[in-house]
Design a protein around this ligand. Structure first.
Ligand SMILES: NC(=O)c1ccc[n+]([C@@H]2O[C@H](COP(=O)([O-])OP(=O)(O)OC[C@H]3O[C@@H](n4cnc5c(N)ncnc54)[C@H](O)[C@@H]3O)[C@@H](O)[C@H]2O)c1
Length: 285
């Protein structure tokens, strides 16, 4: 059975990393997906991939932290599909790793805009449509929104905002039949957690992996699996929840990941045809 048959979903930041996996997983499960990304993100490619695999998708390449584009994204969805069932607030950025006393103000404002303002704008403009369909929201939190994040303290702060914001939305919107939940990933195998493609140093990469009880990064698809459950009707009694998809890092103390034997620390093979997992938003340019 297709778990999202007949549903219409917007996925913000849907062209790279975890977002690409969500788009492809949702399309495979029968949803029509509106793939949003910044101008310059491989939105068109992801839409084409989905169409080639027999799914339904449309692209929307604009910065949804701007009210006019958030509004337009929802409007386009209604124009093309007639309704909106699911909003996946996945867009986010992770530009630098620096201690707070050396942090660039520009990087802080960049994260406020793309992690916080974008979440608010899309939620605000999608809610009237979600109320009509008794739809749902799933938002990208982070273990760092609970624990804080040394060397990118303001990123952790933006994720803490998201946790509280979505919990408030969940309680407020329940009377309209709208559910809202948070997925809080740990270190995931995207551009953000590799020295070659993002701001983390090799030492920081190793620290994250050794602090993770499962001894490895999670894959984008492993995160998309939890988005799928929360967005589906199977989660009809779940709202205001925070689902950790973090290999246990939120609970761990010390380098417990080093205890995991190599063969158990292997990532599972992806079942999705992912091409843009290492092309994410990791700089201020
Ligand atoms: N990778 C991790 O380890 C990790 C851990 C915890 C949480 N997360 C969260 O998961 C989400 C996805 O992360 P990822 O690793 O896949 O990163 P990614 O950079 O691959 O994906 C994020 C996408 O969002 C897009 N985006 C950012 N701001 C936007 C805006 N205003 N309008 C439209 N598109 C915008 C980016 O261009 C990018 O394509 C983020 O919200 C992140 O905070 C990731």
């Amino acid at each position: 059975m297709l778990r999202l048959k007949g549903k219409v979903a917007i996925v913000t930041g849907g062209a790279t990393g975890i977002g690409e996996a969500i788009c492809k997983k949702f399309a495979r499960e029968g949803a029509t997906v509106i793939v949003n990304g910044m101008p310059g993100d491989p939105v068109k490619e992801v839409v084409e991939n989905i169409l080639q695999m027999g799914g339904q998708a449309y692209g929307y390449s604009e910065d949804i932290s701007e009210a006019k584009y958030a509004k337009e994204c929802v409007k386009l969805t209604i124009k093309k599909c007639g309704k909106l069932d699911i909003l996946i607030n996945n867009a986010g950025v992770f530009p630098i790793m620096k201690q707070t006393h050396d942090f660039a103000d520009e990087a802080f404002y960049y994260m406020l805009r793309n992690n916080v303002v974008s979440m608010y704008m899309m939620t605000k403009y999608a809610l009237p449509e979600l109320q009509k369909t008794r739809g749902c929201i799933v938002a990208a939190g982070s273990e760092s929104g609970t624990l804080g994040l040394p060397f990118n303290t303001t990123y952790g702060g933006t994720k803490g905002f998201i946790h509280a914001f979505i919990k408030g939305v969940a309680v407020e919107q329940a009377k309209y039949g709208v559910r809202a939940n948070i997925v809080a990933p740990g270190p995931i195998d995207t551009a953000w957690t590799h020295d070659e493609t993002g701001p983390m140093s090799v030492k920081q990469e190793k620290m994250f992996i050794s602090a993770t009880p499962l001894g490895r990064r999670g894959t984008p698809e492993e995160v998309a699996n939890v988005y799928l459950f929360l967005a589906s009707d199977e989660a009809s009694y779940v709202t205001g929840g925070l689902y950790e998809v973090d290999g246990g890092i939120t609970l761990s103390k010390g380098p417990v990941g080093l205890e995991v034997p190599g063969k158990l620390a292997k990532e599972p093979e992806s079942t999705l045809d992912l091409e843009h997992t290492m092309e994410g938003a990791t700089s201020l340019e």
